[in-house]
Design a protein around this ligand. Sequence first.
Ligand SMILES: Nc1ncnc2c1ncn2[C@@H]1O[C@H](COP(=O)(O)OP(=O)(O)OP(=O)(O)O)[C@@H](O)[C@H]1O
Length: 880
Amino acid sequence: MALSPMMSKYLETKNEYPDCILFYRLGDFYEMFFDDATMVAKELELTLTGKDCGLKERAPMCGVPYHAAETYINRLVQNGHKVAIAEQMEDPKLAKGLVKREVVRIVTPGTITSSGVLADDKNNYIISIFYIDERFGLSICDISTGDFFVTEIITSRELFDEIQKYQPTEIICNHAFEISGISLEELKKKYNITITPLDNSYFGEKSGIDILKKHFKVSSVEALGLSEFTDATVASGAMLRYLYEMQKSSCAQIVSISAYKNGDYMIVDTSSRRNLELVETMREKKKNGSLLGVLDKTSTAMGARMLRSFLEQPLINRERILNRQEAVAELFERYIDREELREYLNPVYDLERLMARVVTKNANTRDLLSLSASMKMIAPIKEVLNNCTSGEIVRVNEGLDRLEDIIDIIDRAVNEDSPLSLKEGNIINTGYNAEIDKLRQAKTEGKNWLASLEADEKEKTGIKNLKIKYNKVFGYYFEVTNSFKDMVPDYFVRKQTLTNAERYTTDNLKELENIILGAEDKLNNLEYEVFTEVRDTVADNVNRIQSSAKSLAYIDAICSLATVAYNNNYTRPQINTNGVIDIKDGRHPVVESMLGDDSFIANDTYLDQNKKRMSIITGPNMAGKSTYMRQTALICMMAQIGSFVPASQASLCVCDRIFTRVGASDDLASGQSTFMVEMTEVANILRNATRNSLVILDEIGRGTSTFDGLAIAWAVVEHISNIKLIGAKTLFATHYHELSELEGTLPGVNNYCILVKERGDNIVFLRKIVTGGADKSYGIQVAKLAGVPESVTERAKELIEELSGADIATRAREIAEAAVSKRKPVKRPDEVESGQLSLFDAVNNDSIIEEISKIDITSMTPMDALNTLYALQNKIKNRI
Ligand SMILES: Nc1ncnc2c1ncn2[C@@H]1O[C@H](COP(=O)(O)OP(=O)(O)OP(=O)(O)O)[C@@H](O)[C@H]1O
């Protein structure tokens, strides 16, 4: 049996696109075969059938109807697959009626443009990485909005930070490489990023320059501001070539390119981005509960994405910060104008993604009408903005195009009540095109002609209920019920017989039918043609529309910041140049918003570059140390995106970087222990922090044994606070009360603690930070609050008494060693006398000895050691 020609062709096409699922058009369906079919059937829960195609075994086959294919394709792509779509098309070289099939489009996770599947408030980025000689040229693009920028970086850690920042769905690259010890393969698995290594030919310098020049219609890359970005130019060339291959029509969306250097924006490394929960929460990865969740009161999807990009890239240029802040301040003050702006922004659709539909010729009449309705809001928005005087708003307003000519053409052309289908007519307004009007008239008059023919024949034949009717199969006909059949004249030609009626036609009726139906077909085709002309005219204006969309997004983001500042009682921070962070009554924006009342206790922060460089913060668990430190970082971050801040007063310097080392996280570095991750992050801070950085350290050293941990924490404090080495402004929370000793010894280091009040056996959290170190840990009280059984907390209290002053770890080790060697434990003389340790004498049981020998006491905190000791003691007691 031979393979059928169609299947041979299928296999040939599939071989050209081995890493794509091939959607192969056959009539009204897209079919998939073999492994593609099996996988798709499973993933989309579709029926798998077998097709006899000339092979020994039947080929697994699975199909989706043409009209529903987009949904299936999007689902597959969202799951990280690439889909190649082969359409059938006529070919003059083939016999009439035969078609050929060719791949016309490839959809990958990074090149989706359908707005329905993309999150409105988030860009869908694809990153192109050119890796050469330990350097990285980067090009970042969202084809659904046309955003396109480039940068260059030198360390793999920074590369990883950029990837984290943009959270792309796809990466294309010239090489397989590792980022901070993480291979691209691991990255792909962990973050569900599609990685597409491309042939080296994509990454040529000359070819890159050529494709950029051609796309942006410029004579040199200097004109694009890329002269200093050779590696990034190469990456951009590869990106454009890839996009042209995948989604040629969408490339018209990309109308500009911008370059930034690593250092143009505040550097926020990956763990800090996560720890501070800037755009999503650490655990659930949700916007709600993050800083963005609080700040986002935007009215449009474009504004939401703009605000997110503010947070992704806080500014470090004081001038730019002040300009943005001034814009926020102006809208903060102009309450009525702000509310009016928000009202006009509300009905504005996602112009950027609507334009993606326009340039790819997918937009229908509703899309154009949405565009026009949105653009109509620009005029009143400009009207309001005309009142504003702040530099940025004036500049944005000047660049905001009313787009009246485009509104005019859409409104004149497109019928507001048009049906969804573009092929059934009634989509173009009367008065827009003379030919359409003429045909339409013919169609209406045809109806009148039919009516008079009907009346004529009724009169002539005397058949009272003679009627002209229409259906799709028979066209127009006379219908005569059986009771009048005998009166039908000879010139009536029978078309069809029904049970109780007969259908006829006449020469006159046929003639009229030709005129009317011909006019209708012509009319529908012409209307479609005119519509595509209108759509193309809109597409030709993509530059103007995209730039107005960006202006609206900017105004929306600024309005949002002003609204949040107003509603939440934020204050406008001063941006100083003397390196001081001085916050009065600072609050944590997210915790405050979650509490929902004014129960949040505000606290001051003061850090400078001299005597108050570092604050060592002690206090019991749950006191609010982490909240306090994070709020300081968030306030600085907010100030640098131009926002007001949650405080009664604030004077802030510009921070070049914010570092945080908070809690245990083994999130990314699978294969690394918690302590290893902690130390890697500390190493990063020590290597990269500068005098102008803000460093937040929350209990470093906790992941190892008490003494190693204390020693490391101590040494880190010495290093960071040393002005000759780093001298960064630092908040350092710790349970090692020993660190309080450093105040007065190390210059710039000061002690603070968060107050609690003892009430009998309980504690009350006051959440107030004061100078000085904490004297107690209150660990047992917190354990009690958390619901640890009283028997345990009571016993812990006893043990604290018993062992206070003793070197717990050494003592515990002695006990364990004694148990392993089946020796009696070494007893302190006083203990022997008082008989306190007689319990241990009873340890002769092998299983307990084994258990004890497995305990790694050196890695325990004193509290853990106590608990373990207590648990063991209970076991022994039970066995005696
Ligand atoms: N200033 C404040 N006002 C009101 N509530 C606060 C304040 N600070 C913290 N809290 C509340 O206390 C909880 C615990 O705070 P936080 O996690 O900062 O304590 P911590 O001292 O870092 O604890 P641990 O040492 O156990 O990590 C927070 O989740 C928050 O709800």
